[in-house]
Design a protein around this ligand. Structure first.
Ligand code: PRP
Length: 212
């Protein structure tokens, strides 16, 4: 029987994802040994694990290179892929926010507001809905630097503890939405591997309910 391919996002969601899968009877022991391999199997070859950049999880799922995976809602909103989001896993909680210096509150509705962000699509959608034209400046990280060095007026970014904002003298100006980790599934896989995948989804949903 073909294994179920699980896309694991490297980074902040990785440990919680592995913990959750282990609780659901998935043998994750091979994942606990340090390695540079990007593809691993459990002992029974029931599961194939692939390690991908968090932002790429929806791409692997949409194209069927993975059957299921875990991605942050931020990644899902930004990538807008044609995949099933089957469960809110509740961990990885943070907020998508507009942030900047406190005095930016007064100019936030100005047109041509310069917005630095990793999340171009989310930022554009947010300001489009309000009819505010913005100049989006795409960055790949350390977005908080934008206002600090005068590259941008505000940022659109995720805020978890708020410590990065605080350390750089910035504050949340507006909240766009709440973010948590989500279980996502390839649409075709759910049909053709239904007998294998559906029970796993059910176990994951039950485990999340139990940890409420
Ligand atoms: C994220 C985000 C913020 C920070 C928020 O960055 O982009 O910079 O975490 O967390 P906090 O509210 O707990 O301080 P990440 O750590 O993913 O690194 P990056 O700057 O390279 O994107």
């Amino acid at each position: 029987m073909e294994p179920i391919t699980i896309a694991l996002a490297k980074g902040r969601l990785a440990d919680k994802t592995i913990e959750l899968l282990s609780m659901c009877g998935v043998d994750c022991s091979p994942l606990k040994v340090p390695t540079r391999k990007l593809v691993l199997y459990d002992a029974d070859k029931k599961y194939k694990f692939i390690f991908v950049k968090p932002g790429d999880v929806p791409t692997y799922i949409e194209r069927g290179a993975a059957d299921l995976g875990v991605a942050g809602k931020d990644t899902l909103l930004e990538s807008d892929r044609d995949i099933y989001e089957v469960a809110d896993l509740r961990f990885g909680a943070c907020r998508m926010c507009v942030a900047g210096y406190p005095q930016q509150r007064d100019v936030i509705t100005n047109s041509n507001l310069r917005v630095a962000t990793k999340y171009e699509h989310i930022a554009k959608g947010y300001y489009d809905r309000q009819g505010i034209s913005v100049d989006i400046i795409k960055l790949n990280g350390s977005v908080e630097l934008g206002p600090v060095v005068g590259l941008s007026d505000v940022i659109v970014d995720i805020v978890e503890s708020g410590k990065t904002l605080e350390a750089n003298g910035l504050v949340v100006l507006e909240e766009i939405c709440e973010i948590t980790a989500r279980l996502v599934v390839n649409k075709v896989s759910l049909k053709i591997k239904y007998k294998e995948i559906k029970p796993l989804i059910d176990r994951i949903v039950a485990a999340v309910e139990d940890t409420k």
